[in-house]
Design a protein around this ligand. Structure first.
Ligand code: UDP
Ligand code: MG
Length: 319
């Protein structure tokens, strides 16, 4: 793609250790894009892969002019890689897609059809998660329920980053200055007229997932703390509740002592209560710490990603 011409469609593909799937992915998606008859660019963001992903991508740029490769200086995480892609994509419609072919490229036809009808956002909703493990299904479900209960924005169930967003939506996303970018939340936060197409999620074509349990847990925390302060506020109500109980119980003890005199049983119950409140207070502090940590990181105003090289620059130099 000539860098002065704006393509209609930009595909953004974040890649972390995806050497095995990239050429199948590129063949498949190129075939689909060509059949749409629209102009397009394929923007790969290499997120500090430790395998030969970058070499494979560089080969692709030489063979296919519509491919552009952004190479980040290290692994910044999928959210940052997506942000980099959104910042650099030039298309009128932008489609983030995973490299592992779990997001079926065929859906792009449906995306474009809905977009041409006038929708600014077209999301892909999984109607079947049978390719996910049991644990992932349960935890994902819990996360969406909990998140949507306490956050002001709603993240639709079973909808990932695979979607089409129009240029207007990308411009809106770029107005959000935060550098901890929970993209699912950001996509929902900006709003716009949304259409839903349904699909069945495939298992990974090759390679392995980089989201293990611990990373998913941190991702969930990120999601909840980025879009809700309810976990902070709950301590006020818990505090009021327990002080109320303590007041009533204290009054009962005073009355009992006035009428029946002093006795000193209850060592076990006292220890239990002390430990219980110690525990509750630590949890409260932990939650606060979580938010303070995020405030601290946010206040540094560090960039979300650093670009080491961009194949478009090299082409520019060569000219
Ligand atoms: N990815 C990335 N940076 C990372 C982890 C993942 O760019 O630090 C990319 C990865 O190459 C893939 C997409 O994000 O294109 C989704 O990752 P993965 O398939 O591992 O996640 P899952 O599908 O299991 O949720
Ligand atoms: Mg995947």
């Amino acid at each position: 793609m000539d860098s002065h011409n704006k393509p209609s469609i930009s595909i953004i593909c974040p890649c972390y250790n995806e050497q095995e799937v990239l050429s199948t992915f590129t063949d498949k998606i190129t075939e689909i894009l060509q059949s749409t008859g629209l102009s397009y660019e394929l923007l790969f963001v290499n997120d500090g892969s430790k395998d030969n992903t970058l070499e494979v991508l560089n080969d692709l740029t030489e063979k296919t002019p519509s491919v552009r490769v952004i190479n980040l200086s290290r692994n910044f995480g999928k959210e940052a890689a997506l942000t980099a892609g959104l910042d650099l994509a030039k298309g009128e419609a932008i489609i983030p897609i995973d490299a592992d072919l779990q997001d079926p490229p065929e859906l792009i036809h449906d995306f474009i059809r809905e977009w041409q009808k006038g929708y600014d956002v077209v999301v892909a909703k999984r109607i079947d998660r049978s390719s996910d493990t049991w644990a992932k299904k349960v935890t994902a479900n819990l996360f969406y329920k909990f998140h949507n209960k306490i956050a002001k924005i709603e993240i639709p169930d079973n909808v990932g980053d695979f979607r089409l967003i129009s240029r207007r939506v990308v411009d809106a996303i770029q107005l959000l200055p935060e550098n901890q970018r929970f993209m699912k939340g950001i996509f929902s936060w900006v709003g716009f007229k949304t259409s839903v197409v349904e699909y069945v999620r495939q298992p990974r074509a090759a390679g392995e997932t980089s989201f293990n349990g611990w990373r998913l847990w941190n991702f969930a925390l990120e999601g909840i703390t980025s879009f809700s302060t309810a976990p902070l506020r709950i301590w006020l109500y818990l505090g009021i509740f327990f002080s109320g109980i303590a007041f009533l119980y204290g009054s009962a003890i005073i009355l009992k002592t006035l009428f029946f005199g002093v006795d000193l049983p209850g060592y076990a119950s006292m220890i239990t209560v002390i430990l219980f409140f110690g525990g509750i207070q630590l949890i409260g502090l932990g939650v606060m710490g979580e938010y303070i940590g995020r405030l601290y990181m946010e206040s540094k105003r560090r960039p979300v990603y650093i670009i080491e090289s961009d194949s478009a620059d090299k082409q520019g130099e060569a000219q």
